[in-house]
Ligand binder design. Structure first.
Ligand code: MLT
Length: 403
């Protein structure tokens, strides 16, 4: 059983003069949600029983939207990392009425004894939280620790393996339609480190690290070869993967991506975006990225899809955003790699209206990779597997069947 969701009501005395839930009360609600969860699991006295007290060592909270008296907030919480004496909990609070993301938080704890010395985490606690994350139900994510980081991974089906790598600042859910439809293949869609439900360490982000995480994940799954499909930053990671693990790539799909490194202005823009994320949180990045991810038509006519994408981005840990921006800023140019890929069947997919990685970038890659196929999805922007879900799935299926 996963840890239960905890619903807590916002009261007037927890709000400021404008009626917004105030910061101190928010901290209390996050804490109350954790104790409630323990009360329904190993017991609220799990720490005192074991002579270990969880002292908070670090707190990062991103506030995404205001909450008001009477709002019921649903807290979801997961153990994202643990060592011998310290552990990290990730919590999200959504308003039940409209499912709007109100805040996300990460708390790092160290267990201490009465003298304040670090002491092992009670195994009852880790057993409870690990059992919840290790036993996937239908559609649930599995967790794998690779290179010291716990990755959340959606794995479905049997057959030749297809590894679906999302871009920035998204998560594995951008592949929802393809994960559901690619029957006859083992579909593997991880959340990259720092994004989705994977661990978000403060440091250690580069294209080489993301690629090494993927290789280690395939090792953990006992998967040798894959068809490697990367969207945007996922494509940058695919190029890095090819540099070190080319023999594992049975086929390549480059989706809404490009081979060039960032220009000097592009690099500067990464630093500006990282400062924005540090100062104003993931919600500010989500606001900036939404019109680059979906077309104006989708934004106007499909508010549900727009809100899903916005809240996925807004839930990305700031450490993961800053890490990805640095990794993209410092990535190598991959154009020289393209002419060497003639022995790997390659499909290039691009949304006709993609702004960050427009169709001329796809065309340039298709011309440079001997034998590459290219498909442009009409009326679709950067997030083509979401906006053009059926057509992208169809293109992938045809490509996979041709291998
Ligand atoms: C992505 O979707 O991964 C990003 O837009 C890539 C980028 O910013 O270069």
């Amino acid at each position: 059983m996963p840890p239960p969701d905890i619903d807590l009501t916002v009261y007037p005395d927890e709000c400021d003069a404008f009626g917004h839930l105030n910061q101190a009360s928010f901290l209390t609600l996050f804490e109350r949600a954790r104790w409630e969860m323990l009360a329904r699991g190993p017991g609220m006295d799990v720490f005192t029983r074991n002579g270990a007290w969880p002292a908070v060592r670090k707190t990062v909270i991103d506030y995404h939207a205001a909450a008001f008296p009477g709002d019921v907030l649903r807290f979801q919480q997961a153990l994202t990392h643990h060592g011998r004496t310290s552990f990290t909990m990730r919590q999200t609070a959504r308003r039940v009425r409209d499912d709007i993301l109100i805040a996300t938080a990460e708390f790092v704890f160290v267990c201490v004894d009465r003298e304040g010395k670090p002491t092992p985490i009670p195994t009852e606690l880790t057993d409870y939280l690990n059992a919840a994350r290790g036993r996937p139900g239908p559609g649930a994510l599995q967790r794998f620790t690779v290179n010291g980081v716990s990755l959340a991974v959606d794995i479905r089906g049997e057959g030749p393996a297809v590894l679906l790598v999302h871009g920035y600042p998204y998560d594995h859910t951008i592949w929802a339609a393809q994960m559901a439809a690619l029957d006859g293949y083992q579909r593997i869609a991880p959340d990259l480190r720092g994004m989705g439900q994977s661990d978000a360490p403060d440091l250690g982000y580069s294209m080489a690290t993301y690629a090494a995480d993927l290789a280690a994940l395939l090792d953990a799954l006992g998967v040798g070869e894959v068809v490697l499909c990367g969207l945007s930053m996922g494509g940058y990671i695919a190029f890095e993967f090819l540099r070190s693990w080319r023999r594992r790539v049975r086929g390549l799909v480059l989706m809404d991506t490009r081979a060039e490194a960032d220009s000097p202005e592009g690099r500067r823009a990464r630093d500006v975006a990282a400062a924005l994320a540090r100062e104003r949180g993931a919600a500010a990045i989500a606001d900036e990225m939404l019109p680059k991810s979906l077309t104006p038509v989708t934004l106007a006519r499909s508010p549900d899809m727009a809100e899903r994408v916005r809240s996925m981005m807004a839930a990305t840990p700031v450490a993961g955003i800053v890490g990805a921006l640095g990794a993209m800023r410092d990535r190598a140019d991959s154009t020289a790699l393209l002419p060497t890929l003639g022995d790997i069947p390659t499909l290039i997919v691009v949304g006709e209206l993609d702004q960050p990685t427009p169709p001329d970038r796809a065309e340039a890659m298709a011309e440079a990779i001997p034998g590459a196929r290219r498909i442009t999805i009409p009326g679709v922007g950067h997030l083509s597997p979401v906006e053009g879900a059926d057509r992208v799935t169809q293109a992938l299926l045809e490509f996979l069947r041709s291998l």
